[in-house]
Design a protein around this ligand. Sequence first.
Ligand code: F3S
Length: 391
Amino acid sequence: MYLTREEEKVLDGEYGEGQRLAMKILCALGDFFEAERLISVQSAHVSGVSYKTGGDALISTLEKFAGSGAKTSILTTLNPGGVDLERWRDLRVDENFLEKQKKIISLYAEMGVLPTCSCTPYEVGNIPAEGVHVAFAESSAVTLVNSYFKAKTNRESGISALASAVTGKTPLYGLHLDENRHPTVKVSVHAPLKSPTHYGVLGYLLGKTLKNSIPLIQSRHTLSLTAAKQLSAAIAASGAVSLYYWERDHIKSPTIEETVEIDDHQLNEVFNSFSLTDKPDLIVLGCPHYSIYELKMVSEMLNGKVSKRLSFWVFTSRQVKLLGERMGFVQKIEKAGGKVLCDTCPIVAPLKGFKTMLTDSVKAAHYAPSMNKVSSALLPIEECVKTALEA
Ligand code: F3S
């Protein structure tokens, strides 16, 4: 990969060990993908935060990085960790887990990464504009910023996103190149998309079928940010789709090789594939993290008391929770018997003592059995709330 004189100096360690290490990672990545050169990125989003998934090896890697003097040079946000730093007892983790988690987050903060601890960086200030190059890890955010905000990022790993955060650069390959961003398959959706969960189910189906193609999705429905969050999270969870187009008009594209038809029956099959034999003992909302608008919706739907038979947890960012407290949404949810949790997520937190989970997120339903050893069911938000009140 071609390096400018200045980039060579970084690689030679003239700007310190932290910059050198980061540049070394990007050069290895660029060489592997045969990138021609590096380009500047405007912001980064780093994953690899939970002590549950990263363990002590993550702490050692971050100590090495932070100890080398690495500092971010661009706006950089952070994915969720393994526990709510204030309500850790609710998640039944021990103090050792909490301390290790705090250590990980403080190492990131020492390097200048903003400890937002959320998978929705675009809701806490890291909002890439159309056409701008960024380096995002966290597959749901990658697909959303490529498709909904029309910015450009590859699906970065935690470490490559951190290297980009330090240097402000990324190798020019993959989805940073316009020629790799053309749709390759048309998807005609004939099913009614009645809720954000239905968009997630559509994404889940497409991810499984299309693997890493770029779909041009045609539907009579519009795509709100709430729906796009579910679609993006799901399409990247069941497959490796990092970019899709959502078009209501019937655009002709010369790069489209095939057409896929989706009907109601196929969506119902996905819903039915997630079903419980027992009643849920946990209801989880907020994967991806809920926005202030979604928090408001839940608080308005919760008219009554959550059944004592189950736990009702809503995950969001700390920033959104603070606003939700100001508006009284959080108090309303908690008065009804629910909990609003931050800094973590239903998949990277250890869910202890639960057997069966109901959620409105197909991504959470997909990962819960393998990551948290709970069986999962999927329903739209209204039905999750109704179950919470009636169970
Ligand atoms: Fe976010 Fe965790 Fe879901 S990182 S997208 S809440 S699995």
